[in-house]
Design a protein around this ligand. Structure first.
Ligand SMILES: [Zn+2]
Ligand SMILES: [Zn+2]
Length: 648
């Protein structure tokens, strides 16, 4: 018999060789019907893998991330089979699951695949799926595996196998199809009820542009047709909200090939919006005891060698800039932290002066391959709302809570309500991977967990996800379309204080190492604004939006009055403009709707006589004719309801 520990802590005895599916059946038939994947002692296994030792078992359904991964990876096998049947001579390479679906990279014998070919691939794949073929893993010797693919003339799989150790190689069979695979499949192909090929793209073998360019086929699949329909609707909506499209329409930012790829240019409206976000955070930070600092965009190579960033970013990033005479090497700043460490080092501190909280909207530069660049979410230069807190180990607890408060304030003010926290801690089985004392790690991890608990966060603990230099907490934010974004990392760091020899004088008059916290509630201004655009569909919170109101004179006659209205709005700090073009009022309203200005203020004969404005909300709601003071009150009340003062 073997002892199986389930996630709720219960331990059950089973015959040696029992499978995860049999364990599921012993719990309930309902669970067994839904189980599609399993993890045994931290390793993903098949639902039909024989369990031979004591251990802990987690069963996954479609509702789990791991379940989806197995589902989508298994579908990639089906799609590969379909492609092999439709394009004889195709060479298969790799087909992993990704965040939303899967892809398969193939080398086509001739020609290409375009969207016109998608329906036939989907049809073929569904035909195969309906056959309810079991996924069967088997061990193969390295020699046999090589022979199998050499006979097919598939040099890609041969290369993959050559890098594997004999005795560790497995194939997965279903129907008449065989693939080199490590495992992690659903029980059978019949569970896949809906398959959609989403797109094709070029992809270099092993991501190296010196290698052959392959065809990457992206797809997604679901256990129900209805879920696919809903997903496609979501994709449509996401297209409408794409920040690259809206950013252009709302005149927020642009890119110029002349300036360079991945280097966003902020247009006046975007720059003003960004400025408002910065001011908003600066105000809260000031209240929270942060001090602003300013550091240059470049730094001596030595600085980043000391910090360890050169090792991490050096070879794969922008190469050093050299001074003409002395041939000194400078690097574009990939991170602000080293600079802030040197600011801390500028003078000695006693424990009484800590914590020090240095904040900077610091622009950093990191090389990204051109194929990886994406609007504002993947760029080569971006500004972090960065800050570093230097505190004593005893202060960590309190500081962490303060940073959580600030992050929650930021999320709340911008309309993000659906989020969870992920606490990343050590893997206790591999202590050698982490620097710093065990005592400090325990203290820090406990501090984070306590803070998350005390602040009432909905949190999960991920063991083994911590960086080598310290544990962290990430806010995982869901946007209006249900997509998850990682925002607002709070990272504890024992490494940089060591590398930069940071100290403070303790109450014992001895020198001690401070602990460092890195934090950025927005992450980067670029990525955050992209998220904000897609979350709100360009309908920003009233306090942040570029123009809060647009005045629409019915005819030229009312322009003077419109200007008077604008003056009084400006005096009340309401951002407004006049559409004085010689167009019909109908057209002006339609275009104002398109530009997503929250309020349209229509001024005509009656308004001028009564000294009112006719207010219409974006979206069509008519608020009637009111005077400017009433309108100002309305705007201010609405702003106050979303934008509270930090720690009021
Ligand atoms: Zn597989
Ligand atoms: Zn940092």
């Amino acid at each position: 018999m073997i002892k199986i520990t389930l996630p709720d802590g219960s331990v059950k005895e089973f015959e040696k060789g029992t499978t995860p599916m049999e364990v599921a059946k012993s719990i309930s038939e309902g669970l067994a019907r839904n189980v599609i994947s399993a993890k045994f002692n931290s390793t993903i296994v098949e639902t039909v893998t024989s369990l031979e030792t004591d251990g802990s078992l987690v069963l996954y359904t479609w509702n789990d991330k791991e379940g989806k991964t197995a589902f989508w990876h298994s579908t990639s096998h089906i799609v590969a089979q379909a492609i092999e049947e439709l394009y004889p001579g195709v060479k298969l390479t790799i087909g992993p699951a990704i965040d939303n679906g899967f892809y398969y990279d193939v080398e086509l014998p001739t020609g290409s695949i375009s969207d016109k070919d998608f329906p036939s691939i989907e049809k073929k794949a569904l035909e195969i799926a309906r056959g309810k073929h079991d996924y069967k893993m088997r061990d193969v010797s390295k020699a046999d595996a090589l022979t199998f693919y050499k006979n097919q003339g598939n040099e890609y799989k041969v290369e993959l196998i050559e890098n594997l150790e004999d005795g560790t190689i497995t194939f997965c069979d279903h129907d008449s199809f065989t693939d080199l695979c490590r495992g992690g499949h659903i029980p059978n192909t019949g569970i896949v009820k809906a398959i959609k090929i989403l797109s094709v793209a070029g992809a270099y073998w092993r991501g190296n542009e010196n290698n052959t360019q392959l065809t990457r086929i992206y797809g997604i699949s679901f256990p129900k047709q209805k879920e696919l329909t809903e997903y496609l609707e979501l994709l449509e909506e996401a297209k409408k909200r794409d920040h690259r499209k809206l950013g252009k329409e709302l005149e927020l930012f642009t890119f110029s090939q002349k300036v360079g790829q991945g280097l966003p240019l902020w247009l006046p409206k975007g720059a003003a919006l960004r400025e408002r976000l910065e001011q908003f955070l600066k105000k809260a930070q000031k209240k929270a005891g942060y001090e602003m600092v300013v550091t240059p965009h470049i730094g001596q190579k030595e600085l980043y060698v000391t910090s360890g960033h050169y090792e991490k970013y050096g070879a794969d990033s922008f190469q050093p800039i050299r001074t003409p005479k002395e041939d000194e090497e400078f690097l574009l700043k990939p991170m602000n932290c080293p600079h802030h460490c040197e600011i801390y080092n500028a003078k000695p501190f006693s424990y009484k002066e800590l914590p020090k909280r240095f904040a900077e909207f610091g622009t950093v530069y990191r090389y990204e391959q051109s194929g990886e660049l994406h609007g504002l979410t993947r760029v080569r230069g971006f500004t972090q709302d960065d800050a570093h807190i230097f505190c004593t180990p005893e202060q960590l607890d309190e500081e962490f809570k303060e940073v959580i408060d600030l992050s929650l304030y930021v999320l709340g003010s911008l309309g993000f309500e659906d989020f969870t926290a992920q606490v990343s801690v050590r893997d206790l089985d591999t202590p050698e991977k982490y620097i710093g004392s065990v005592e400090n790690w325990e203290k820090a991890e406990q501090a984070i967990i306590n803070a998350a608990k005390e602040k009432g966060l909905n949190y999960v603990i991920e063991s083994g996800e911590a960086a080598f230099y310290g544990p962290k907490l990430d806010f995982m934010v869901k946007d209006a379309l249900g997509r998850q974004w990682q925002l607002g990392t709070i990272q504890v760091d024992y490494n940089l204080p060591e590398r930069f020899d940071l100290t403070y004088k303790g109450s014992d008059n001895e020198l001690h190492r401070p602990v460092m916290i890195h934090r950025a509630p927005f992450g980067s201004m670029e990525r955050f604004i992209a998220l904000l655009i897609e979350h709100t569909g360009g309908n920003f919170p009233l306090w942040l939006t570029p123009e809060q109101a647009i005045i629409l004179p019915v005819s030229e006659k009312h322009e003077k009055y419109a200007e008077k209205v604008l003056k009084s709005l400006e005096n009340n700090e309401i951002r407004a403009l006049i559409d004085s073009r010689n167009e019909t009022i109908g057209k002006k309203i339609r275009e104002a709707e398109m530009s997503k200005v929250p309020f349209m203020l229509i001024v005509g004969e009656n308004d001028e006589v009564a000294n009112t404005i006719s207010v219409r909300r974006h979206g069509g709601e008519d608020l009637g004719a009111i005077d400017v003071t009433m309108f100002t009150d309305l705007v201010n009340k609405e702003i106050k309801s979303t934008l509270k003062t930090f720690k009021e």
